[in-house]
Write a protein that binds this ligand. Structure first.
Ligand code: FMN
Length: 221
């Protein structure tokens, strides 16, 4: 075993406080259970529980994933913001489907979602952009996200330029800024357990729109 491997193996995984998960006493929708778990995670001081992994696929079918921030959760789904011209934005335009994963170490919980992704209204995109601080708006206006950067000086210069634009045109909105919502067809709640009897509860959507209901199943861990 290499020294690195042995350092890795000395670390404890799922060291958080196991929560009681009574799968007979859950709400009818994954939205309500998510909110319940999220509030408990905040209470348990999970660090940055709003950060989630967003997985997409590129036009060749190859997976891609990165962290994004959860901005809202409602009947439309789990909301996040991204630049439509970025790799993830282009991947979502090409194939508007994604997976979202949360892992909350302090409560030893994982939540997984899969579903279609829709861009929200122009008004919602604009409102999210305008609510951001000037520096964040300037950074978005630079664009070119994930393209090769030749030097940090180029970034400083571009930011300086866009900050000046934002100051002189406070109503300026990036045409590429997008608010998106993933509407899940499947949501799984995973709870660790001291005796390794991990509890997994999956909600699967049946029907759509106003007729949607959720079927629940336990899964083998
Ligand atoms: C904690 C954290 C939160 C992030 N939140 C966002 C976000 O909400 N939206 C976003 O576009 N990028 C966010 N990023 C940056 C992305 O992870 C990623 O680096 C960037 O969007 C480029 O991704 P892409 O090349 O797949 O398009 C965040 C990064 C971290 C580490």
């Amino acid at each position: 075993m290499t020294a690195f491997e042995s350092r890795l193996k000395s670390l404890k995984t799922l060291a958080g406080a196991h929560q009681t998960f009574d799968t007979d006493a859950v709400p009818a929708t994954p939205h309500a259970l998510f909110e319940r778990w999220f509030d408990a995670a905040v209470e348990a001081r999970v660090s940055e529980p709003q950060v989630m992994t967003l997985s997409t696929v590129d036009p060749d079918g190859a997976p891609d994933a990165r962290s994004v921030v959860l901005l809202n959760m409602d009947a439309q789904g789990w909301h996040f913001a991204a630049n439509a011209a970025s790799p993830k934005g282009r991947q979502l335009t090409h194939r508007p489907e994604a997976a979202i994963t949360f892992y909350w170490p302090a409560t030893a919980q994982q939540i997984r979602l899969r579903g279609k992704v829709a861009r929200l209204s122009d008004e919602a995109c604009r409102a999210d952009f305008m609510a951001r601080p000037e520096r964040s708006r300037a950074s978005i206006l630079i664009g070119r996200q994930s393209q090769v950067l030749n030097s940090q000086d180029d970034l400083r210069h571009a930011l300086h330029e866009q900050l000046a634009r934002v100051a002189s045109q406070p109503e300026l909105v990036s045409p590429h800024w997008g608010m998106y919502a993933l509407a899940p067809h499947e949501v799984e709640f995973w709870q660790s357990d001291a005796e390794r009897r991990f509890t997994r509860l999956r909600y699967v959507r049946a029907g759509s729109g106003a007729n949607a209901s959720w079927e629940r199943s336990l899964l083998w861990p």
